[in-house]
Design a protein around this ligand. Structure first.
Ligand code: MGD
Ligand code: MGD
Ligand code: SF4
Ligand code: MO
Length: 718
């Protein structure tokens, strides 16, 4: 691989960290195939030397003895190493024979989060998945940001037109259901978020958090409000109500580019601050003050993330959040919610007429499709329910759904019933150990990188290409080769649209990763100054400037207008009006509401085999309010039993006044060892999986996106 930096002496390698959305530049000192240190890349114009404690995990992942480098096949005598040829042929043969017998939909797919951080699977994975011709495609999207895509698609015309807070220019940031100080930002790629948040305050601005927990971000904020889990839609409705009531609506420059404002004015009836206050748990005066302060600021932005996209009204909230920013003139303006202009624009400029919501539905519970996939809460029932279209086999690419999606036990039962499972993963984890074949891709340091998606979501326009640091082990296939080879074996037709099959190796050689990037750059907005050769030479990346207004150019709806009130949301408001089932009115059995939490050294389910990421105080701890603890008779540090409709876990508790009464917070991604994986360190730090408690029936009814927050549970001392 000529692209690789020399392995011989102590040398420096610069690349992007791929462990979260922040895209920090890192400097790796290495010698003879070993990493000596990982530091922030001070010359990176975007991250300027910032890294978080996780960056060093890249070293641990690379040198992890448990990391698989050769394909495994399950036999009666346990796992057996096999050649790539044997593994890939068996994979294709397995899927083909199941599809021949039971139809195309009998093969299901789950794509996990790391796919988005992996250039090769972004470029070459989709052709393989398409070749399976199955409706049963699932991904982490529906336990994460699906409501954001739906709002982008229905309001602006494309699911990837998700607006980003212009954090560097705002002087008022209202944050709902996000904890960027720990998560390092999401749908907001923002290296060194702490510094950027503090800069808001230095400019004389304010940060306000709205969260059932007084989070690490709340601690640096100027103001914090507890909110009843799951009630954010009511809050934003009341905020919009106040805008109309006080004639504060100001569409500014966008006035001629929006439609259906009359519907908005009509729909807010009955959702005033006085009416919603008790359900939301925020005083009516405080709700009104939130709006008054917002409109008073020169550059304000309302930013909401996973704490609200993964709840019962996740879709409605994401729409309302966009709407609130638009109605206050804080959309597509400096310091507001903005669209990016990345070097490789995967959205393009074509009106996305074909993109419709709910083109088909899931077989059992009739969940709608969104952008070609079904919500993952439907996966278990689609495997367990007999009939035509029942899933008999699964392909898992970079995911651990047995830990990361609702009702783990039900999904495990379902997986145990499958005829054939293939996992593309370099660890034998809770999900991949169920597989018949494991195809291990190279580690992050053995492949090239460019952030196709996160550059769309970044707070500055920026581009960086990373070369592979290490050569792959002899014989190890790249993720491009794995996908292309599988694609070829599944159906020997076009490999990539427009290129006739001459074998996948020919295609990769001719075009390959760099060729694909070059094509993208040529079509992009900086084509005059940037090509792949230049980008590869800029080893610290290149700053392409601050976010700039993109409307009306980027509205891709059929009539060129922003739809302020898409029909699907208006219909869903009936559900919102019916507050009897709202989480603020818990039933007698399940008096608590479960919410999620992230810790600085975790990355969903898969960094726990790095000792540095798990050492010290255990992270898999429940948090409950001091008063609740007192009234149930629970002491700090004690083991508690948490029960939901679908499951039960026992977990140590920390009592605190930093969480709202009647709320319990448990982090996700833990629960290793339960299935006896080979993850030696993770098994010793197993914790429990919160998704034993989350409920596959507790969803955002509009999309089927999982409601991971606000889950009704009960608590007792063990
Ligand atoms: N209760 C609750 N559940 C949650 C969440 C929550 O907040 N609360 N968060 C949800 C969210 S936002 C997400 S994104 C999901 C994440 O959940 P998943 O989509 O299941 O992803 P991970 O847990 O990150 O598992 C990633 C797997 O990919 C493998 N992997 C890592 N890099 C690569 C690679 O480059 N190639 C391949 N082939 N494999 C790789 C790892 O070894 C690991 O096994 O979890 C969701 N689950
Ligand atoms: N360290 C670390 N960083 C990560 C990850 C990780 O696992 N570990 N995962 C990455 C991934 S895949 C993602 S998607 C991002 C997510 O990034 P964030 O969206 O910042 O995720 P969280 O830190 O879970 O913050 C969600 C917040 O929502 C709050 N919340 C829960 N329910 C409600 C509610 O009903 N209303 C309101 N207003 N708030 C609520 C929770 O208390 C929590 O503070 O993080 C990424 N970064
Ligand atoms: S913030 Fe994210 S991108 Fe930056 S070093 Fe940490 S894990 Fe890597
Ligand atoms: Mo995520």
């Amino acid at each position: 691989m000529s692209d690789t930096t020399s392995n011989d002496e102590k040398s420096l390698h610069y690349r992007t960290c791929t462990l979260c959305e922040a895209m920090c530049g890192i400097e790796i000192t290495h010698s003879q195939g070993k990493i000596i240190s990982i530091k922030g890349d001070k010359q990176d114009p975007f991250s300027k030397g910032h890294i978080c404690p996780k960056a060093v995990a890249l070293q641990d992942l690379y040198s992890d003895k448990d990391r698989l480098t050769e394909p495994l096949m399950k036999t009666d005598d346990g796992w057996k190493k096999v050649s790539w040829k044997v593994a890939l042929e068996a994979t294709a043969k397995g899927f083909k024979s199941i599809q021949k017998q039971h139809g195309n939909d009998a093969v299901g797919v789950y794509l996990g989060n790391p796919n988005v951080h992996n250039l090769e699977s972004m470029l070459f994975g989709s052709d393989f998945y398409r070749s399976l011709k199955t409706k049963n495609k699932f991904s982490a999207t529906s336990v994460d940001q699906l409501p954001h895509h739906l709002a982008a698609m229905t309001m602006f015309g494309h699911p990837l037109l998700m607006p980003i807070p212009d954090i560097d220019h705002c002087d008022h940031m209202l944050i709902m259901g996000a904890n960027p100080i720990v998560s390092n930002g999401s749908i907001m790629s923002v290296p060194n978020v702490k510094k950027r948040l503090k800069a808001i305050q230095t400019r004389g601005g304010k940060i306000i958090t709205i969260d059932p927990r007084f989070t690490e971000t709340s601690k640096i904020a100027d103001q914090h409000h507890f909110i009843t889990p799951g009630s954010d839609a009511l809050l934003v409705m009341a905020m919009i109500h106040f805008l109309f009531d006080q004639q504060l609506v100001d569409l500014a420059r966008l006035a001629d580019h929006v439609e259906n404002i009359e519907q908005v004015e009509k729909m807010i009836e009955g959702f005033d601050a006085n009416t919603v206050a008790s359900d939301v748990g925020i005083k009516a005066d405080d709700i009104r003050q939130l709006v008054a302060d917002f409109v008073k600021a020169d550059h304000a932005v309302l930013y909401a993330r996973i704490g609200v996209s993964t709840h019962e009204f996740g879709s409605v909230v994401n729409w309302l959040v966009n709407l609130f920013n638009i109605l206050t003139g804080c959309f597509d303006e400096a310091g507001g919610l903005m669209l990016t202009n990345p070097a490789i624009d995967v959205v393009g400029s074509k009106v996305a007429k074909k993109l419709k919501f709910a083109r088909f539905h899931s077989r059992v519970s009739k969940y709608p499709e969104t952008i070609g996939e079904l919500p993952v809460v439907a996966l278990a029932e689609e495997i367990l329910t007999p009939g035509e279209g029942q899933i008999k086999a699964m392909f898992i690419g970079a995911g651990n759904p047995l830990l990361s999606t609702p009702n783990n036990s039900m999904l495990e039962k379902a997986f145990d019933q499958l005829d054939f499972i293939v996992s593309l993963d370099f660890f034998l984890n809770e999900t991949s150990r169920k597989a018949d074949i494991i195809l291990p891709p190279p580690s992050a340091l053995e492949r090239p990188h460019y952030d196709l998606i996160f550059n769309h979501l970044a707070v500055r326009n920026y581009a960086r290409y990373s070369k592979p640091l290490f050569e792959r082990k002899k014989g190890q296939m790249s993720e491009s080769e794995i996908y292309m080879s599988l694609r070829e074996k599944m159906a020997n037709k076009d490999l990539i649209s427009g290129i006739k099959a001459k074998g996948y190796k020919w295609v990769l050689k001719r075009l390959g990763v760099k060729g694909m990037l070059e094509k993208g750059l040529k079509k992009g907005p900086y084509a005059n100054t940037l090509n792949i050769k230049k980008l590869s030479e800029l080893e610290h990346g290149i700053d392409l400037g601050e976010l700039t207004p993109q409307f009306p150019k980027k509205i891709l709806t059929a009539n060129g207008k922003i739809n302020l009130a898409p029909e699907i949301y208006l219909k869903d408001l009936e559900r919102l009006k019916d507050t009897t089932h709202l989480t603020s009115k818990p039933d007698q059995k399940f008096k608590f509401r479960l919410i999620g939490r992230r810790a600085p050294r975790t990355c969903n389910s898969w960094l726990h085999n790095s000792y540095r990421m798990v050492k010290g105080k255990p992270a898999c701890i429940a948090l409950i309010n001091d008063e609740d603890a007192k009234s149930i008779g629970i002491e700090d540090g004690q083991l508690i039993r948490v029960t939901s409709r679908v499951g039960q876990v026992e977990i140590p508790v920390e009592t605190t006044n930093e969480i709202m009464p009647s709320v319990i917070s448990i982090p996700h991604g833990w629960g290793h060892g339960k299935n006896d994986t080979n993850l030696s360190i993770a098994n010793a730090h197993q914790g429990v999986s919160v998704n034993e408690l989350t409920d596959e029936k507790f969803v955002d009814k509009l999309t089927g996106n999982a409601a991971l927050n606000g889950v009704p549970v009960s608590i007792e001392a063990v």
